[in-house]
Design a protein around this ligand. Structure first.
Ligand SMILES: [Zn+2]
Length: 161
């Protein structure tokens, strides 16, 4: 991809982030999602992980950088939606929305898919799967965890994958 195309892609992603009320400081995270990688913001001094982009509670922003994370975690709490509040969810109900505590510590709110809603439970091991969304962002959704340590599998086929 040439520089101009990269710039246009970056600007489109920034526009999508703003459209959903997100923070442009999280751009690297969303670029990572597009590439099938779950990134977290980490302080190099104390190794604490954060999401979204943050200043370390102890060290401020002097040593913050984005690192590849496992994309794995456990359901901390969840709720099941039975009513379609938006047209986009009409064909998806019922579905579970969970607060996932990531292996690295931070919490991440997302949908749990690829399982019956009555099998979602507190402490269920889950792993992220990247799914393109109508907003233009690629979102990490979660499914019950499989024995596959390492990178997050993208939700679509990538060239060379
Ligand atoms: Zn720190």
């Amino acid at each position: 991809m040439d520089k101009q195309a990269q710039l246009e892609k970056r600007n489109a992603l920034l526009a999508a982030i703003r459209k959903v009320g997100g923070d442009p400081a999280d751009l690297p995270f969303w670029e990572g999602c597009e590439a099938g990688v779950f990134l977290l913001h980490r302080c190099a001094k104390c190794e604490r992980h954060y999401w979204p982009a943050s200043r370390c509670v102890e060290h401020g922003d002097e040593a913050m950088h984005w690192v590849e994370a496992s994309g794995r975690g456990r359901v901390y709490t969840y709720t099941v939606l039975h009513h379609a509040y938006t047209p986009a969810t009409r064909d998806k109900v019922p579905f579970a929305i969970a607060v996932v505590q990531l292996e690295e510590g931070p919490f991440y709110h997302s949908t749990v898919l690829e399982c019956a809603v009555d099998t979602v439970a507190v402490d269920l091991p889950v792993e992220a799967v990247m799914m393109p969304h109508e907003s233009g962002l690629t979102l990490p959704l979660f499914r019950p965890g499989r024995v596959r340590p390492g990178r997050v599998r993208p939700g679509r086929v990538r060239p060379g994958a």
